[in-house]
Design a protein around this ligand. Structure first.
Ligand code: 13P
Length: 248
């Protein structure tokens, strides 16, 4: 079964999300071969919980606080997400790393707090264009994964999905080729093998994200070692997204 995650980013008001879900959800008929999760803005989670009731579509969030509760004005806790019906949360997206200065220490804390609240994690990793051009993809991926998963027990990896999202491919229309994806996924699994076990490296779910569209999804999803895709822009139009889902 392939896993497809939509990341809406900071798009769509609650009314727009409602409209979107009413279009997409009743027409999603690939539940037997797609594990689908929609990572919506915080403001839509509550209503989406009711709209998705009885449908095989999981609810996801795009971030959470690394703190428990209390004096953290404007933040959203793991417990809040769990209570509103969230299944999975994206952590370490490159937009949060670069624009909101989330370093590896914060990402590691966020993962631990998510797990403590029984939330699944979609950990994003990926190299910049400069790192790619100087052949540093391997080092970057290794460092990002090792720092993020520091202190975790092997059995906790069941709740972790790693999304390979090269920064240069996000929102640029330039997707990584299946060969580049296969290389990165191999590196990711090797790091998991070195730090945990061969079993863990085989079992961990690895996705690709970065300019996935209806034109390239079929070949990306077929790349060796790839368990699914994390889709941004192309998930925002319900009909386009249904088309993508139909190609898997
Ligand atoms: P795009 O699909 O718009 O390139 O975004 C990818 C992404 O960042 C998903 O998290």
């Amino acid at each position: 079964m392939k896993k497809i995650v939509a990341n809406f980013k900071m798009n769509k008001t609650p009314s727009e999300v409602k409209q979107y879900l009413m279009t997409l959800v009743p027409r999603f008929d690939k539940a037997e071969n797609i594990d689908l999760c929609l990572c919506l803005p915080y403001t839509s989670l509550s209503e989406a919980k009711y709209l998705l009731k009885g449908y095989p579509v999981k609810l996801g969030a795009q971030n959470l606080s690394e703190c428990e509760a209390g004096g953290n004005t404007g933040e959203i806790s793991g417990a809040m997400l769990k209570d509103v019906g969230v299944d999975s949360v994206i952590i370490g997206h490159s937009e949060r790393r670069s624009r909101f200065k989330e370093n590896s220490k914060i990402i590691n804390k966020k993962i631990k707090i998510a797990l403590k609240n029984r939330l699944n994690v979609i950990l994003c990793v990926g190299e910049s264009l400069a790192e790619k051009n100087t052949l540093k993809t391997l080092d970057t991926l290794r460092e990002q994964i090792e720092e993020a998963l520091k202190g975790l027990y092997e059995n906790e990896l069941e709740s972790i999905t790693i999304a390979y999202e090269p920064i240069w491919a996000i929102g640029t229309g330039k997707n990584a080729t299946p060969r580049e994806i296969e290389y990165a996924v191999k590196v990711i699994r090797k790091v998991v093998e070195d730090d945990f076990s061969t079993k863990a490296s085989k079992e961990i779910c690895v996705l690709y994200g970065g300019s996935v569209t209806n034109k390239n999804v079929a070949s990306i999803i077929k790349a060796k070692g790839v368990d699914g895709a994390l889709i941004g822009g192309a998930s925002l139009d319900a009909n386009m997204f249904l088309n993508i889902l139909s190609l898997i």
